[in-house]
Design a protein around this ligand. Structure first.
Ligand code: ADP
Ligand code: ADP
Length: 240
């Protein structure tokens, strides 16, 4: 089943600026872990941000979970975004809040009004947060401030937060590029292991080709806003 279909996607950040995405098309199926690879500046982050319309495309079509993303009204877009878990390069945690509160904020889609909401969360949300915190190995850290954790631990908080949305798709924008190689591999293994177990497909921007090959079944390669490769991981050759 198709979870995401992107057709002839085009982006310019300003009317007479350069075209950053020059007609990108690809499909993501419900059993895909798709890695988007390519050098810095290729347009990977722009592409992933178009999918939940954090960036407005200038042309093309995006169908996400059966909905035409570019045609949605704000309320419909909020509803659709609640089905998508985002994991970011710089973790995007709220430093002065506890690990638990950061994870609970996933229920709000990250940017909702966070003031003193947490003590009023339903018990089932707290239990769900504790479950995912356990899954990512942070049971002993729930009450710590987010900024008291290491980079790898902070990204684990980001993973638990994304899972709070019961996502139908995970979007990961360079989830390991702020981490050292050993921790990067651990974090990728954790994310992909949980995603596989829950049956949630993922689209992951990653510049580390080795990690892409190790954890993803399909690879799309971008360069200068153009798709250069699209295929099963096993078919990627060094020259691609
Ligand atoms: P990648 O994620 O592959 O490194 P990006 O999507 O971040 O690529 O960037 C692609 C190009 O778009 C780069 O040339 C970058 O400078 C430009 N770009 C990214 N964001 C913006 C923005 N908000 N305004 C203008 N240009 C941008
Ligand atoms: P509502 O107030 O209708 O319940 P949400 O709490 O889901 O809406 O969303 C609050 C804000 O967070 C909205 O501005 C929405 O655009 C944004 N948002 C929600 N989910 C995401 C997401 N996955 N990625 C980025 N922004 C999101």
């Amino acid at each position: 089943m198709s979870v995401l279909s992107v057709k002839d996607l085009r982006v310019r950040y300003s009317a007479n600026g350069p075209e950053i995405l020059k007609g990108i098309s690809f499909e993501l199926q419900s059993d895909d872990f798709l890695a988007m690879i390519g050098p810095s500046g290729a347009g990977k982050s722009t592409l992933i941000r178009c999918i939940n319309r954090l960036v407005e495309p200038t042309g093309g079509e995006i169908v996400l979970l059966g909905e035409d993303v570019r045609a949605l009204r704000p309320s419909e877009l909020r509803r659709l975004r609640r089905n998508v878990g985002m994991i970011f390069q710089e973790f995007n945690l709220i430093n002065r809040m506890s690990v638990m509160d950061n994870v609970l904020s996933g229920r709000l889609g990250y940017t909702g009004n966070l003031r003193s909401l947490f003590r009023h969360f339903p018990k089932k949300d707290i239990e769900k947060a504790l479950y995912y915190l356990d899954r990512v190995g942070l049971t002993d850290h729930v009450d710590k401030r987010a900024d008291a954790l290491s980079g790898g631990q902070r990204q684990r908080v980001g993973i638990a937060r994304a899972l709070m949305q019961t996502p139908k798709l995970l979007l990961l924008d360079e989830p390991t590029s702020a981490l050292d190689p050993k921790i990067s591999r651990e974090v990728m293994a954790l994310i992909m292991g949980i995603a596989k177990e829950l049956g949630v497909p993922a689209l992951c921007n990653i510049h580390d080709v080795q990690l892409a090959k190790e954890f993803c079944n399909r690879i799309v390669g971008l360069q200068d806003g153009v798709k250069k490769f699209d295929g099963e991981t096993a078919t990627l050759r060094d020259r691609d």
